[in-house]
Design a protein around this ligand. Structure first.
Ligand SMILES: [Ca+2]
Ligand SMILES: [Ca+2]
Length: 324
């Protein structure tokens, strides 16, 4: 091969160097784009409406505790709500120090109608929650109920309740405790669930929750192993609640075909977002560097198109999209 003229060689080297720089910049831009895309001050459409109603909200649900939600279900549970307000556990994580002493569900009665199944907690416990959650954790086609239960000495836990049908018309359905997570540790230690998804890809739903979101939050994933919710993964530096706020929706689970579910959750300052994915069998994958927000995140809700809507403390909203 003939030797290049020195001037041509310099030009070739310069072009090669320029091409390498361009490739590096392109790679850097792509890497930066992977993970989360935040469109500040984007208008978020109204959240998806409630699930189709199977039967109207029963009159008894109007007695639910203040600021709490009666939640509609899709199958054998039509409604679930929290009632029997009590001041016996005066913790203000959710604003008011009133909490619920009872849980109620309007369930199919086996005769083509609906009946209310209820459970009342003992005096040393309350439901320190405002929004019970419905999810089918054991894959039998019937929902279980997930609620936060606080113990006077050992703090909060995620508790799963199921509905037992006797099959006998004279014996109505009843609520039974199916599984309990480890407790937060002591009086007034609280936690806030994120949701349910199959985080480790074993085909069985798992529970995600943030323990002590106000003082150094830990995101924990649990296997549903009645009578326990068994932790199998922890991640630090997260928060999905503002102390004293009634709003509990501050993290979302984004599910895309072919990839494990991703949890989008604020960091401890609530001024930036993590995008975390559990890579079974044993490590977290942070999809991008912490993504800064224009202010304090007060709410994070999932939209029907798979993106999320962040509401900031100045009431502006940002659209958050998973790009990887
Ligand atoms: Ca079930
Ligand atoms: Ca699983």
């Amino acid at each position: 091969m003939p030797a290049l003229h020195p001037r041509l060689r310099r030009t070739t080297i310069r072009l090669t160097f320029t091409a390498l720089c361009a490739a590096t910049v392109l790679w850097a831009n792509q890497a930066k784009a992977m993970g989360l895309m935040v469109e500040a001050h984007s208008v978020c459409p109204a959240p998806t409406g409630p699930a189709p109603l199977q039967t109207p909200l029963p009159r008894a649900a109007q007695q639910r505790i203040p600021d709490s939600q009666a939640v509609p279900g899709q199958n054998h549970i039509a409604w679930v709500w929290l009632a029997s307000p009590t001041l016996r556990y005066p913790h203000g994580a959710l604003g008011a120090k009133t909490h619920a002493a009872s849980l109620h569900a309007l369930v199919q009665d086996g005769q083509g109608g609906w009946t209310t199944a209820s459970v009342e907690l003992p005096l040393h416990r309350v439901f320190e929650d405002r929004v019970p959650r419905l999810a089918d954790l054991d894959g039998d086609g019937r929902d279980e109920i997930l609620v936060i239960e606080a113990d006077a000495l050992r703090g909060a836990a995620v508790v799963v309740w199921g509905v037992v049908h006797s099959g006998q018309p004279a014996t109505p359905p009843r609520l039974v405790r199916r599984a309990t997570s480890p407790r937060a540790g002591s009086t007034f230690r609280w936690l806030n669930p994120v949701g349910v998804a199959d985080f480790d890809g074993d085909g069985k739903p798992d529970v995600a929750s943030v323990t002590t979101p106000h003082i150094g939050g830990t995101l924990t994933l649990y296997h549903y192993r009645p009578p326990r919710l068994v932790p199998f993964a922890n991640a630090m530096d997260v928060s999905n609640h503002r102390m004293g706020a009634v709003e509990q929706a501050l993290a979302v689970i984004v599910e895309q075909p072919g990839t494990p579910p991703t949890i989008v959750v604020p960091d401890m300052t609530r001024r930036a977002l993590h995008a975390l994915r559990w890579e079974a069998p044993g490590q977290w994958n942070e999809l991008a560097d912490l993504v800064p927000m224009a202010g304090l995140v007060e709410r994070l809700g999932l939209r029907s198109d798979g993106s999320a809507c962040a509401t900031l403390s100045d009431r502006t909203t940002s659209r958050v999209t998973l790009t990887h």
